[in-house]
Structures are given as structure tokens and as C-alpha cells.
Ligand binder design. Sequence first.
Ligand SMILES: Cc1cc2nc3c(=O)[nH]c(=O)nc-3n(C[C@H](O)[C@H](O)[C@H](O)COP(=O)(O)OP(=O)(O)OC[C@H]3O[C@@H](n4cnc5c(N)ncnc54)[C@H](O)[C@@H]3O)c2cc1C
Length: 391
Amino acid sequence: MPAGDGIVDADLIVVGGGPAGLALAIAAALERLHVLVLERRPPPLDKACGEGVLPPALRALDALGALDLVDPADCAPIDGIRYVQEDGVSVEGRLPGPALGIRRLALVDGLRRRALALGVELRDRCTVFAHRRVDRGIVVETDEGPRAGRLLAAADGLASPLRRAAGLDRPEARRRRFGVRAHVRLPPWSHFVEVHFAPGAEGYVTPAGRDRVGVAFLWEPDGASAPATFETLLDRFPAIRERIAGAPWDSRVRGAGPLERHARARVADRLLLIGDAAGYVDAISGEGLSLAFGCATELAPLLPLMIAGGATAESLRPYERIFARHFRRYARVTGALLALSRRPRLRRAVLDALHRRPQLFERLIRLAIDPGSPGPTVLVPSGRSFHLERA
Ligand SMILES: Cc1cc2nc3c(=O)[nH]c(=O)nc-3n(C[C@H](O)[C@H](O)[C@H](O)COP(=O)(O)OP(=O)(O)OC[C@H]3O[C@@H](n4cnc5c(N)ncnc54)[C@H](O)[C@@H]3O)c2cc1C
């Protein structure tokens, strides 16, 4: 299959072997496309993440056939969300369906194993540093030489070098937030994700394994104080510090940011953006994986036709609509939570009101994160794994 000046290696070349790239690779392979994933780092692939896999993301993971490849020792059920104010007053609500805290290493490992089983070609330690369009395809330059495909998917994360190279970057947001996380070896004390508030920062506690708790912070530098570190952020959350005191660390500290990134468009000729590369607002709603998996699973069935149509920007246009639908809802919810986090008095008043009306809080959670829930589902442990069943 010549692609202008060479041989086509794959129908779809995915740059970035994180959750978004792997989910798209799996979903495309299920559509019988030949997929090549290029990832610049060697496994195991870790990253700063709160590791909450919320109900829509968990359903997608199950539908992709990857959930039962994730080691259950690296998972912990999440039943709900608990917001904790500075004075210790908390409001909690149950999630509308099963969710898991999944250690990032285990999530990516499960996705990789599923991709490999479907015949996806995974190239690690393979950096893409340029791309160019040829007659009926696209060629990427890598440190292993050129690779050619019909369509290129940039799943290369928040900073997305490919988005920038394609001229699709939008200027950085004025207000900059950052994230950082580490794990402690400790049996989770709760099946709820705890979100602790302090002025200018939030602390997230997520069960992420039988004997592991993830602690993440999101914050906005105030410009005056010294740069924040995991330790200085932990000092701002004495309740979290007290809970994890004495527990051994289970991972290196990892950070990410600035978090808010936008693209001018998600599609161009023979190129599409997915995952954080396509646009991201903030991690406060814990929805990055839901967004990435939702886009990947809806897009994939359209790919064979799009590629047959030359993968032009015009033939890829339906993906722009899929993305917009998922992103609008995510951006609305995330924007609302950010607005509350930035206004402590308003946030206290709203959480105090919800504390008195827990059912309203649960309805809001359902509408915010899972409006398209297919109905009651249960998480079933099966042998050495989990799967989902309709209740
Ligand atoms: C602190 C924090 C907490 C979060 N908490 C949650 C949460 O609880 N739940 C949730 O759903 N989401 C959460 N998120 C968001 C979630 O982590 C992201 O949305 C998700 O990781 C996006 O995956 P991705 O595959 O798009 O990007 P990434 O995971 O960043 O993967 C991109 C990959 O591309 C590779 N790459 C980059 N450039 C190249 C290149 N030139 N060539 C080859 N490879 C390349 C990188 O090495 C990387 O492996 C959180 C984020 C942060 C920062």
C-alpha cells in the first residue's frame, strides 16, 4: 500500500501510549484496523493522576476488554465522593455506578496487554519528532526512522508536541493550575474519594489498591509564595497528613501542568487529537479518562469510513462533533467546580447547603458525571479480575 513515497506501516498511527492512545488503538483494532502505537518512554508508564476511574470510564474500559486484564490488587472500589471543608465538615454522595481507583501502572499495563492481544504494534522508546503529509497518507519521523500511515492520532498528552507542530495550539490560559501526586502503602480507610479544600488548593485521597492510597494536590500558585512542593502542600492539609503519618511511601512524587490546554481544532488533514492533547480544563472533576475513553470508543467505529474517505479534515469532521459533545459537559462541570474552589466563602455556603440535602448532592453528581448511565450495573470480582454486569 504505497502512501505517496513509501509503504504504509499502519492504517492508524497513534503517537502516545498513555490511556487515550491505547484506548483508541484498542477500539480501532476492534474495527479491524492495523494500528501502530509509538511511545517515547519505556514501560512501566507512570504519570501524575488522581487514578479515579469514574463510572463512564470504567464502562468503557470493560467494553474495550481491558478491565479484566487489570490486576485487582492494584484496584480499590470507589463508592462515592466526600468533600471535606477546612473545619472538617463534610458532604458526601454515592456515585451512580461502579467506579475504581486504579493505580496508573496497572491501568496502562491492562490496556497494553489488550492492545497486544488484538495485534496492535506497540513501539516503546520511540519518539516522534516530526510529521509530514504525503500523497494519500502521513509520515512520522521517529528515532527509529520514518513510519507511514493513513491517519495520525496525536495522543501525546497535555503539552502535545504534535498539536504544536501542526499549528493547532491555542495560547495558554491566563490562570495556571498544577497537579502533583504520590502514594502511601496503607489499606484504604474509605471507599470514598476524599476531596479536601484549603484556600488555593485541593487535596485528593483515592484508594488505589488493596494496600495503597493515592494522595494528589491541585493548586494555583499565588505568585508571591515560594513554589509549592508535595511536602508544603501536605502541610496545608493537616487531616490528610495525620491520616498517612508513618505509612511508607509507595511511589515517587510526580507532577503535571499547567493543566488547562486548548486546541484550535481536533482535526486536520490526516491528523486528529485525542485525550489531553485534544484539550483539557482541570483535574478537579476527575474526568480526564472518561473524556478520553468516551471519545475513543465513539470515534473508532467511524474510522474505517473516514480512512476510506482519505482521512481529510472534512471526512474527520464527525469526530469534532463527538469531541464537542463530551468536552462541553466536562468543561461545564469542571468550570463550576473551579469557580467554587476559587471562592472559599461561596464554596462553604454551597457545601453546607448540600450537607443538609444529601439526596440533592447525589442527583447533582449523577447529572454531572454520568448523565448517560445505562442503568444499574455492578462490579463483579471474577477470579483474578473484575468485570461489570447489568444489575
Ligand atoms: C494531578 C492529576 C490528577 C488527575 N486525576 C484524575 C482522575 O482521578 N481521574 C481521571 O479520569 N483523570 C484524572 N486526571 C487526568 C488524566 O490523568 C489524564 O486525562 C490522562 O492521563 C490523559 O491521558 P493521555 O493518554 O491523553 O495522556 P498521557 O497519559 O499524558 O500520555 C501521553 C503519552 O504520550 C507520550 N508522548 C508524548 N510525546 C511523544 C512523542 N513525541 N513521541 C512519542 N510519545 C510521546 C508520553 O510519553 C505519554 O506516555 C488527573 C490529572 C492530573 C494531572
